[in-house]
Design a binder for this molecule. Structure first.
Ligand code: PLP
Length: 452
């Protein structure tokens, strides 16, 4: 097999189907093959350097090429590369990691079921919610509440729970009758006639009406990302998540906080639902930053109370071959250790404040309708008209244009429709934050020039 990079790109184009493939684009452009990563930087096949402001896929918290981590992975592979954790088999890293998560998770969250990533964590929460409701004496509670602009994964159930614009194509079917989507809490795109101050009331009323329409006795759970990440870094209005959770709990509906993106320091805390939004959910799903992207791993974390409710002479027939994989769990333990030891939560808050200030400074740009974010997650919403917030026609492909311009300047930002999103590693420096903002402005200028 070849090591030649352009031959590798050809092999990739001819044989590798990428997640989220656009067939024509894949055949026309081929992949950008990266060959090396260190800290916040990546190098491509020609040795060109990029500052990765995307953090891989919202996940490279401690940065790439960490020697301690590499040593940990190698050592675990030598010692015990794999055991199943089905039924009554276990291994040291998964036991230690479950205990460590209990230490840093919200109070009372003492139990973890490991999965292979975010989608399988969400699927697991979906099944567990129904299981819990059944054993509470409500076997009819099988429906789910979710929101528009949400992304919960790519498996059948998680893709059905999510609902981003443009993702739902007619070639697939979805769970439709039992999943109900509420409005996204996006203050910038709130419905006409709803004031900024009245937006939370509007959303809470919509939830109450939906519960009345479906019937509380049919609803198992409400799934919500504390900040809707892939839907456009939507920061909900003040009090929203807390009030939504209160309504759900009043009706016996479980609250699942999908923290696949928002945990492990992305918002400056281990987990954000309680620390940032004052919500104690019933379950938390997580993945991504859990291992800093060094290994695939997801987690469904829940309370002792829920464990007690489920317990008894019965099976929970659910889990994956790679649940509690020892190398993945060792990676997560090491990543958490580094975040703790190097004070990366506090560092994320410090550089995150500069990042948000820098993003805000771009709002004077003619292409930018709004910038938004929190700590180390951010988004630019590009518009054709700042007054009316009208979007550019699809064929302009504005988000991709901005990202392409940035890429040429050695900066990776992710295009998502008309948006550009970012989530740099927690280790990013002040100077690198500054570089992101400077290059973003230059990219926006370049695209604005192309459009006149
Ligand atoms: N949940 C959220 C909030 C996500 O952002 C994602 C992925 O982006 C997922 C779930 C799915 O995670 P995975 O791709 O690891 O299956």
């Amino acid at each position: 097999m070849t090591n030649n990079i352009s031959e590798l790109a050809a092999l990739d184009r001819d044989h590798h189907m990428h997640p989220w493939t656009h067939f024509q684009q894949a055949e026309r452009d081929g992949p950008l093959v990266m060959t090396r990563g260190k800290g916040v930087h990546l190098w491509d096949e020609d040795g060109r350097e990029y500052l990765d402001a995307v953090g891989g896929m919202w996940c490279t918290q401690i940065g790439l090429g960490n020697e301690e981590m590499a040593e940990t992975l190698a050592e675990q592979a030598r010692t015990l590369a794999y055991t199943s954790t089905f039924v009554d088999m276990g291994n040291a890293p998964s036991a230690r990691l479950a205990a460590k998560i209990a230490e840093i998770a919200p109070t009372g969250f003492t139990r973890t079921l490991f999965t292979t990533g975010g989608s399988t964590a969400v699927d697991s929460a979906y099944r567990m919610a129904q299981f819990v409701q059944h054993h509470r004496g409500f076997p009819g509670r099988t429906h789910i509440l979710s929101r528009h602009a949400s992304y919960h994964g790519s498996t059948f159930a998680s893709a059905s729970i999510g609902m981003r614009d443009g993702d739902r194509i007619e070639e697939f079917s979805y769970l439709e009758k039992t999943i109900h989507h509420l409005s996204a809490p996006n203050p910038y795109r709130r419905p006409e006639g709803v004031s900024a101050e009245g937006f939370t009331d509007f959303l809470v009323k919509e939830l109450e009406e939906k519960i009345a329409e479906v019937g509380a006795d049919k609803i198992a759970a409400f799934f919500a990302e504390p900040v809707q990440a892939s839907g456009g870094v939507i920061i909900p209005p003040e009090g929203y998540f807390k009030r939504m959770a209160e309504v759900c709990h009043r009706h016996g509906i479980l609250v699942v906080a999908d923290e696949v993106v928002t945990a492990f320091g992305r918002l400056g805390e281990w987990f954000s639902s309680e620390a940032k939004f004052g919500v104690v959910p019933d379950m938390i799903t997580s993945a991504k930053g859990l291992t800093s992207g060094y290994q695939p791993l997801g987690a469904l974390i829940f309370s002792e109370e829920l464990w007690q409710e489920m317990s008894g002479d019965r099976w929970f027939t659910h889990g994956f071959t790679y649940s509690g994989h020892p190398i993945a769990c060792a990676a997560a333990l090491k990543s958490i250790e580094i975040i703790e030891r190097d004070g990366l939560l506090a560092h994320a808050k410090h550089v995150g404040a500069l990042f948000q200030k820098g993003l805000k400074s771009l709002e004077d740009h003619p292409l930018v309708g709004e910038t938004r974010g929190d700590v180390l997650i951010g988004c630019i919403e590009n518009v054709a008209d700042k007054e009316t917030k009208a979007l550019h026609p699809d064929e302009i492909d504005i988000g991709k244009r901005v990202s392409d311009a940035a890429e040429k300047m050695g900066l990776l930002v992710r295009p998502m429709g008309h948006l550009n999103v970012m989530s740099p590693p927690l280790i990013i420096s002040e100077a690198e934050v500054e570089e992101i903002i400077v290059k973003l402005r230059a990219s926006l200028d370049q695209v604005a020039d192309q459009l006149v």
